[in-house]
Design a protein around this ligand. Structure first.
Ligand code: SF4
Length: 551
């Protein structure tokens, strides 16, 4: 049997503090189910950051940050890289003032770099002229994938901001004769992913906008839903059997075909993520932090603004004993003792079992997890959770107004949330708190209640992630906007095809514009909450800080 070479590409730009989970899951699944395929993962996101600093140091890429010249900027970025990689020592990394300084420089660097390349990639993929150096940069970045000569190149898009980099790199792969497939969470929540292949305008888009984003010249397929079953089937059938591939969207003789997605795979049938192709020592964290998903979907799944549940086919959780075995296997295989559990949320009962079994097995790890602050968490449970190695818990607090929490269908109570976060803080767990401003009908008084809640929590907030409400495709609010006080929903002008956000008008409370203005005015004052305002961004770093912290 001839071998099919499959490249799984993780495209830029996302800060590379740790390896991505999706490509590791796909590699493992194909490795088991497609024995005649040669599958290789390419983390071009990490490669992009490493290439950028090389190009800055040899003068090909000129960037000036904070009114310094190119050379000084290159030296500053190289220093920030070394700092994040732990080359200046763990003690220096843990010094919060030194950390903030390095993180601030790193953040400026990546903002400018990625803004620049998004612009190049948009033009390049649309066939517009780009500077020769930009083309040379993309060619150098994709070279390892080209050298592998894949029959199929799969791009794994976790965030919408990866779309244009993917498109530009896919264009090069297509010129080499590879078939190209785009998949990942971003596509699964798009209102009309097929518009990327058809170029037909969605409601509110101009024909010109849609043509600009018609990727059918260099993208053969889109895969919707959880990727394993679809990609595995595509690897077997990408030469004529496409109609059998679950979740596949493709173009034939000018017509778009969209296959139904597969049934949710049994989580216990999924193999251990395979990180063997990732250069774990090169990521921008002083110690490796491996992501792990012990459940798919959300146990709660009712928050009216949320679209995360759309990424998964159904909620299912792994047996706790299996999760422990898998974490132990990853620890042995890769020498990692830090894990970020990226489950949408771990409910209290599962957390209780999980932490007790981690302790029972003597699994010596540090980990972070997402949870919902309900009264099922208390001091006794947090003591067990902390002893099991949980050092950071990320909480969806959202608002200090009970009326808004009820409207959001969070299923939480303001007074209980406060007790829960204080109890977690008391045992040494670091709390990362998510708050959201501008939920439809929110008033200035309710906005103030959230600020008061944060003030009342004081040091129990170790990091604060603040956002403004977005009306998103796939959320329950959009299905019944009037119920949430929304009187009109409008398309955003000049929106990108991957954008799932809409503009709206409300019957009462702050308007969308007022909420935006208030957010901009007040956002900087919120930076006083937490140990570092870079922790919500670089969450792996927060875990490392929390796990080595000595009070
Ligand atoms: S916001 Fe979080 S808890 Fe709520 S439905 Fe979404 S993932 Fe679940």
């Amino acid at each position: 049997m001839s071998e099919t070479r499959v490249a799984i590409v993780f495209p830029p730009p996302i800060h590379p503090t740790g390896p991505p989970l999706g490509p590791a899951c796909l590699k493992a699944f194909l490795g088991r189910n497609n024995p005649t395929a040669d599958v290789k993962v390419f983390d071009l996101n990490l490669a992009h950051y490493r290439q950028a600093i090389r190009w800055m140091q040899d003068g090909r890429l000129k960037m000036s940050l904070r009114k310094t010249d190119h050379d000084s900027t290159a030296r500053g970025v190289a220093r920030a890289f070394r700092f994040f990689e732990g080359q200046e020592g763990l003690d220096t990394f843990l010094d919060i003032r030194a950390y903030d300084e390095a993180a601030s420089f790193y953040r400026s660097f990546e903002t400018v770099l990625n803004g620049l390349f998004e612009n190049f990639c948009r033009k390049f993929s649309a066939g517009l002229p780009v500077p020769p150096l930009a083309r040379a940069y993309l060619l150098e970045l994709i070279e390892p994938v080209r050298a592998f000569r894949p029959h199929l190149a799969g791009f794994s898009l976790l965030f919408s901001r990866q779309l244009f980099f993917s498109a530009a790199l896919a264009k090069i792969m297509k010129e080499d004769g590879s078939r190209v497939v785009f998949g990942g969470a971003t596509l699964s929540v798009m209102p009309r992913p097929e518009s990327l292949l058809s170029g037909s305008p969605a409601a509110g888009d101009s024909a010109k906008t849609s043509e600009r984003f018609n990727f059918s010249r260099f993208v053969d397929y889109l895969l919707i839903g959880e990727g394993e079953a679809g990609l595995s089937a595509l690897v077997r059938r990408f030469d004529g059997g496409e109609s059998e591939v679950p979740g596949l969207v493709y173009l034939r003789r000018g017509r778009i075909f969209s296959n139904p997605v597969s049934a949710a795979l049994d989580i216990h049938e999924l193999p251990l993520p395979d990180f063997s192709d990732f250069p774990l020592a090169d990521y921008h964290s002083p110690v490796p932090v491996l992501p792990y998903l012990s459940s798919r979907g959300c146990f709660w799944g009712r928050c009216a603004f949320c679209t995360h549940q759309k990424t998964y086919l159904a909620y299912r959780e792994e047996a706790v004993d299996r999760t422990i075995r898998r974490l132990a296997e990853l620890k042995t295989e890769y020498g990692a003792s830090h894990f970020s559990l990226v489950d949408e949320m771990i409910h209290a009962h599962r957390f209780k079992n999980l932490s007790a079994r981690i302790l029972g097995q003597g699994l010596d790890i540090s980990y972070s997890a997402y949870a919902k602050p309900t009264n099922r968490f208390d001091g006794a449970l947090f003591r067990t959770i902390h002893r099991s190695g949980a050092r950071v818990i990320m909480w969806g607090v959202e608002s200090g107004s009970q009326r808004l929490l009820d409207s959001m269908r969070k299923g939480t109570r303001v007074d209980v949330m406060k007790q829960v976060l204080e109890a977690a803080h008391k045992v040494g767990i670091w709390n990362l708190v998510f708050v959201m401003f501008g939920f439809p009908t929110e008033t200035r008084e309710e906005w103030q209640k959230t600020l008061d809640l944060l003030d009342g929590l004081g040091e129990s907030v170790d990091a604060l992630s603040k956002s403004r409400f977005l009306l998103l495709e796939g959320s329950d609010i959009l299905k019944d906007p009037a119920r949430f006080g929304i009187t009109r929903v409008m398309n955003r002008p000049n929106r990108d095809p991957v954008s799932i956000a809409y503009d709206y008008e409300v019957s009462e409370g702050l308007s969308q514009e007022e909420a935006q203005q208030l957010f901009e005015e007040r956002a900087s004052a919120l930076s006083r909450h937490g140990r570092s305002h870079f922790f919500p961004l670089y969450r792996d770093h927060m875990l490392i800080h929390a796990s080595t912290h000595r009070p």
